[in-house]
Design a protein around this ligand. Structure first.
Ligand SMILES: [Zn+2]
Ligand SMILES: [Zn+2]
Length: 705
């Protein structure tokens, strides 16, 4: 090992080392040693000086393998591959070190193909034959670039040469196969040579985990336990990763226990793997305990804890940790920004989103794909789809998630045509659509009422070997329902071999309600209640249908049933963000300090829209929302209060964005449409199902939601 103090001094005084007036007691350091030093510290300038010195002293002749090899190693490590290659090509006689130095350089710079080409040259022409180190490099390149065919060729050579018994080579082979996923080969090599060390296990575990082959990962773990291999930190990181992917808390706790009893140091990598595991297993509190027990935190650990809270839906806590992190002086990286932006999206906190956007721009992380994707998601979920589109258009690099975020964003806003346009662009850009893409595409078809196209896309999906899931089939139900083909929708549901959930059935019941087919709606609702007798949403839909059909006895019956079962519906809550403060309203709110003024404003707005045809929908208060029946109650539904407050407090052209926890009722929907006209404002309401863009008396959902 190098003495760091010596390293430091040599480098600092480098240029003077070759002066002639050195004291005779200290001989000059050997240039080869200095070259190695420059390579290890990646000090290009200093290394070049030594290269110059070697040229002057005539020690870089074609026969001087030792010097040239050191130079190749130095240039390769400093990522100056062109120079390294020139030196290599100019050598009269190369030895194994020359080959491995250049190959390592190519490997670390990601030129896997060059490594394999060099190996071919070596095997076919040169006087030296590859040894175990050369093969370890070649196999690592095959794993990196997933060139399983070349990897297999190497394997053949290794078998013939007997190198397979080399622990080094065998571990590289195991890693290559587990990464390129040929688990059978992994097992074969495994069984061929007994006595697997911890490195072999780590190789295989990380390989299978990277490919998401969890069952195999579990099998490796089982073998590892029965082989009584001593675990190291890498093993713990991998095994916690496996528990996280499996979402297996019990296993995770056992591994944690094992770690506490071992003498393995719980470093930052292990801790972040543990935090991640607890986060994924929905144990944010345990993640927090691990985090609090740390002696020092770094950005990886902060990001892990923010992510743990985010994954558990605790968006506010996630954001709190982000603030604490900033106070602590840690600098966020692209992953921190991505997860924090996603937490912001969960809260629809657009102001904070803007702030984070500015931060990403200032810190230079904006151009990372993960950050761009999170920005699109944040803007789309916070109601500003134009800003989402702006981020999308500005991105120079995109991945599948980018396209999905934009397509699903548009769909969520009911902008079906735009969503399908982006999908077409995606196909032109030769990006492969995946499972999520088709959810966006099918729900876009649903918004546009494109029944035939919807089925076309469903087939296209199957042709691309993507198995449709419940989400896709639910879109088809929505599609048929919206087109009024209620019988077809019902038949489709009964004919598909899918385990439908309440959401899908509610889609159909809701459609029956909108299309006024109360008979069918009632039958299905009763059937759903047999399956899930405690589903409040279905009770509410049923009650609303009775009400709309003026069957008050039915309404009373449902209410009584709910009372008997002690079922309560969630109260309606809306919130609006004004100058960084979120104002929360519940129906009939009198807690807000300005509630008198707000009520006046609502009254004024309702008087203004009456001449435009607004009649309070007192026939029933519909859907699974509010159950008050007087128009007085209707007038003060939470979203009406929030919108009135927004109109009072924001500048005259600013759009108003309100988030609601339940579905909007018919009465509010009609009122808000008309308010958007009289107030000449864009009003955006996000309810449980989607975004409604109200403008000039119309809503983007075209009154179907
Ligand atoms: Zn309402
Ligand atoms: Zn609407």
């Amino acid at each position: 090992m190098l003495n760091p103090r010596k390293t430091h001094a040599s480098l600092r005084y480098g240029p003077y080392l070759f002066k002639h007036n050195q004291s005779p007691s200290a001989p000059p350091p050997h240039p080869i040693k200095l070259l190695k030093l420059s390579a290890d510290t990646k000090n290009l300038k200093f290394g070049k000086l030594i290269h110059a010195y070697l040229i002057i002293t005539n020690r870089t002749t074609k026969n001087n393998a030792l010097e040239t090899n050191s130079l190749i190693n130095f240039y390769a490590k400093c990522n100056e591959l062109f120079t390294a290659r020139k030196l290599f090509d100019g050598m009269r006689q190369r030895n194994l070190v020359s080959w491995s130095a250049l190959m390592t350089g190519y490997l670390h710079n990601g030129f896997s193909f060059e490594v394999i080409r060099l190996l071919k040259d070596m095997v076919s022409g040169d006087a030296v034959s590859p040894n175990e180190y050369i093969f370890a490099i070649a196999l690592a390149s095959c794993s990196h670039s997933r060139r399983v065919e070349e990897g297999q060729q190497c394997h053949c050579y290794i078998l013939k040469s007997g190198l397979v018994f080399h622990q080094y080579v065998r571990n590289a082979l195991l890693h290559m196969y587990s990464k390129c996923f040929s688990f059978q080969e992994v097992m074969w090599i495994w069984n061929l040579v007994p006595g697997n060390d911890v490195f072999a296990y780590n190789s295989v575990l990380s390989g299978v985990l990277e490919n998401g082959y969890l069952k195999e990962g579990f099998e490796v773990l089982r073998r590892m336990v029965s082989d009584r291999v001593k675990w190291d930190t890498v093993t713990y990181v991998n095994v916690f990763g496996l528990c996280a992917c499996l979402k297996d808390l019990r296993l995770g706790l056992q591994v944690h226990g094992k770690m506490l009893m071992s003498d393995v140091e719980c470093d930052a990598y292990v801790s972040s793997a543990m935090i991640n595991m607890y986060g994924k297993c929905r144990e944010a509190l345990n993640a927090r305990r691990v985090f609090d027990g740390l002696r020092s935190q770094n950005v990886v650990l902060w990001t892990a804890i923010i992510a743990a809270y985010f994954q558990n839906g605790c968006f506010e806590e996630a954001l709190n940790f982000f603030s604490k992190m900033k106070l602590d002086g840690a600098r966020p990286n692209e992953f921190t920004f991505a997860v924090t932006l996603n937490a912001t999206a969960g809260l629809s906190a657009i102001r904070l989103g803007h702030l984070l956007h500015a931060c990403t721009e200032k810190s230079g992380f904006k151009d990372y794909v993960t950050v761009g994707n999170a920005l699109i998601n944040m803007y789309a979920k916070s109601g500003n789809i134009q800003a989402a589109n702006k981020v999308f258009s500005d991105m120079t690099l995109r991945d599948t998630i980018t396209w999905n975020a934009m397509i699903c964003g548009y769909s969520h806003h009911g902008l079906g045509k735009e969503a399908l346009n982006v999908f077409q662009e995606m196909l032109v850009a030769e990006e492969y659509p995946n499972y999520v893409t088709f959810i966006g595409v099918l729900s876009a078809c649903c918004h546009l009422g494109l029944v035939q196209e919807g089925f076309c896309y469903l087939n296209q999906m199957k042709e691309s070997n993507i198995v449709p899931g419940l989400e896709h089939y639910t879109c088809i139900v929505g599609l048929l329902s919206k087109a009024g083909r209620l019988d077809d929708a019902q038949n489709f549901m009964r004919s598909m071999p899918v385990k439908w959930d309440v959401v899908a059935w509610r889609t159909l019941i809701n459609a029956c309600h909108i299309h006024r087919n109360y008979g069918l709606g009632k039958r299905i609702a009763e059937w759903v209640l047999e399956m899930d007798p405690n589903d409040v949403g279905t009770y509410m839909l049923l009650s609303n249908m009775y009400a709309k059909a003026k069957r008050w006895d039915g309404v009373v019956k449902i209410r009584k049933l709910m009372r008997d079962k002690n079922l309560k519906k969630e109260p309606g809550v809306s919130w609006i963000e004004i100058r960084n403060v979120a104002h929360v309203f519940v129906s009939e709110d009198t807690k807000h300090p300005e509630h008198n003024e707000i009520y006046e404003k609502v009254k004024e707005l309702l008087t203004m829209i009456k001449p435009l045809g607004y009649v309070p929908d007192t026939g029933a208060v519909l859907h699974d929302v509010e159950d008050e029946q007087k128009d007085h109650y209707l007038s003060y539904h939470s979203e009406k209060l929030a919108i009135a407050y927004g109109l009072m407090k924001t500048p005259s052209k600013a759009p108003i964005i309100v988030i609601k926890n339940l579905r909007m009722c018919d009465d509010c929907h009609l009122a808000v449409k008309l308010i958007s006209k009289v107030a000449n404002r864009m009003i955006i309401v996000r309810d449980t199902n989607r975004f409604h863009h109200f403008q000039e008396g119309y809503c983007s959902c075209a009154d179907y939601w």
